[in-house]
Design a protein around this ligand. Structure first.
Ligand code: ADP
Ligand code: MG
Ligand code: ZN
Length: 491
């Protein structure tokens, strides 16, 4: 029997506010432990939370970008549980009246393949519906050192306690680990475009729990789901889901029943293992947070936030294809990350040759960055440097072939193409008499081949071009060389 996987994701995104959700402590990542805390986020008696307006604004921004419906009066609720990283003994979250319901993300399912050409890369899209987006506060962080239970110690850092989060819950609409991956990548790229979350999965700014079940192909009914936690990269999310699908199918084939439980992903043996079953599941005893009034969001506020939304990846890609005539594939890669799109747009703002800029960014720059494991933010090549080099190519001062060599050096040193060309004496030879002189020398050296060419062996043309290029160290302007050579050979 064939089984179909069913996946729903719950994503937590830390909001990039200056201060915490309910107090004025800073939210800077990586600060010394317990230096960004106060009586409110430590839950000391007698303190009261004060809602951070920015948090609500960022949450509205995100919900609108995902086409959710904003509630005019959502309610904070207490989610009660005991854990050392939760000083109050409860987390302020939202429960039955979340900030937003519904909405969707249109993901690309067939990721178009690289070789670029005509008619290629129109990936199919699928709509993944959202259940809700709600606001909550983050908990602190436990740090375990040594072996728990023996020599080891556990420490708790409350800097993260009270950092604003949104939780984005999808419907169980995803059908494969790859789809889950593209959903998560798109989600991350959108929150980065919105500038509400830095999207750093390693640092935990973006965290994803995956709910996974399988069902016989063709069946309408969902199977029992398992929740998998503890993945901190796109790769591990996809690997954990794949592992879980395989595990469940094997279990069912062996006649076992899937139990509803929470499992943790362990990246080292690449396995999930059980953390707690449904029977042991928390009863959170939710009730409305008595210290906070409902969050009132009026139409004017929604309209204002809507009006301030930036151009999102979908719209940007459409514009790149329609207005700049880039291929669907190239445009998709450029908009996949806000920093790549920004780099591209800054480059063409200086030298407006979109196709050329796109080619150099996608084939050369990203390749070098990838080899070095660097992000485009840390590139020594700036849009200014790239634009300057493109202008030299456009003006005929640099051949495409020479440019590749020069670009490597621009990439490595961050020096300008102009200065590198000058230093190396590599300026393209555009002076016709200089090229003509070399052509004469080459033809004089190969009278037999000239004879053959004139007798009809036309493919020798390439040989002559190659010889001239060799003699000029690749610096002859190709168009001029072609024209001159033709004239000379036909005389
Ligand atoms: P819970 O109450 O256990 O948190 P929810 O119904 O709120 O469960 O759903 C939580 C997440 O699990 C959502 O992202 C939802 O899409 C997903 N989900 C629900 N049922 C299934 C299922 N049968 N298989 C896979 N995912 C599911
Ligand atoms: Mg859940
Ligand atoms: Zn505080």
């Amino acid at each position: 029997m064939n089984y179909e996987p069913v996946i729903g994701l719950e994503v937590h995104a830390q909001l990039k506010t200056e201060t915490k959700a309910f107090c004025s402590c800073p939210t800077r990542f990586g600060a010394q432990p317990n230096t960004q805390i106060c009586p409110v986020c430590l839950g000391l008696p007698g303190t009261l939370p004060v809602l951070n307006r920015r948090m609500v604004e960022f949450a509205i921004r995100t919900a609108l970008a995902f086409h959710g419906e904003i509630s005019k009066d959502s309610v904070f609720a207490r989610k009660n549980y005991f854990y050392p990283d939760l000083p109050k003994g409860y987390q302020i979250s939202q429960y039955d009246r979340p900030l937003a319901v519904g909405g969707y993300l249109d993901i690309e399912t067939k990721v178009p393949s690289p070789p670029r050409g005509e008619g290629q890369g129109e990936g199919a899209t699928r709509r993944i519906r959202l259940v809700r987006i709600h606001m909550e506060e983050d908990a602190g962080k436990l740090i375990h050192e040594g072996i728990p239970g023996s020599e080891g110690s556990s420490f708790v850092d409350y800097n993260r306690a009270g950092v604003p989060l949104i939780e984005i819950v999808s419907e169980p609409d995803l059908r494969s680990p790859e789809e889950a991956g593209s959903y998560l990548r798109l989600l991350r790229s959108v929150v980065q475009y919105l500038d509400v979350c830095d999207g750093n999965m390693e640092e935990g700014s973006l965290r994803c729990d995956a709910n996974v079940s399988v069902r016989p192909e063709g069946s309408e009914k969902y199977g029992t789901k398992v929740e998998v936690k503890n993945m901190n990269s796109f790769k591990s999310v996809e690997a954990a889901i794949q592992y879980e699908i395989d595990r469940q199918i094997q279990a069912i084939a062996a006649g076992e029943r899937i139990v509803q439980e929470t499992r943790l992903w362990d990246a080292d043996p690449q396995k999930t293992f059980s953390m707690r079953s449904k029977e042991e599941a928390h009863d959170y005893r939710y009730f409305p947070e008595p210290d906070l009034i409902p969050v009132m969001v009026d139409a004017a506020w929604i309209e204002k936030v809507q009006g301030g939304l930036p151009e999102l990846p979908d719209a940007k890609r459409r514009r790149f294809v329609e207005a700049l005539e880039l291929s669907h594939y190239d445009a998709s890669v450029l908009v996949s990350s806000k920093s790549i799109a920004d780099f591209f747009e800054k480059t063409i703002a200086i030298y407006n040759k979109p196709k050329m800029a796109s080619n150099w960014i996608l084939s050369e720059l990203l390749r070098y960055l990838h080899e070095e494991g660097r992000g485009i933010e840390q590139s020594r090549v700036t849009p200014q440097l790239l634009a300057e080099m493109l202008r030299m190519i456009g003006d005929g001062a640099l051949s495409g072939k020479m440019a590749k060599e020069i670009f490597k050096e621009v990439y490595q040193t961050g020096a300008s193409a102009v200065s590198i060309v000058e230093k190396k004496g590599l300026k393209q030879v555009t002076d016709e008499s200089a090229i003509a002189q070399v052509i004469d020398q080459v033809l004089a050296k190969h009278p037999d081949k000239v004879q053959d060419y004139k007798a009809g062996k036309e493919k020798l043309f390439g040989f002559f071009v190659g010889e001239v290029m060799k003699a000029t160290r690749g610096q002859a302007n190709p168009q001029k060389l072609n024209t001159l050579l033709k004239t000379k050979l036909s005389s």
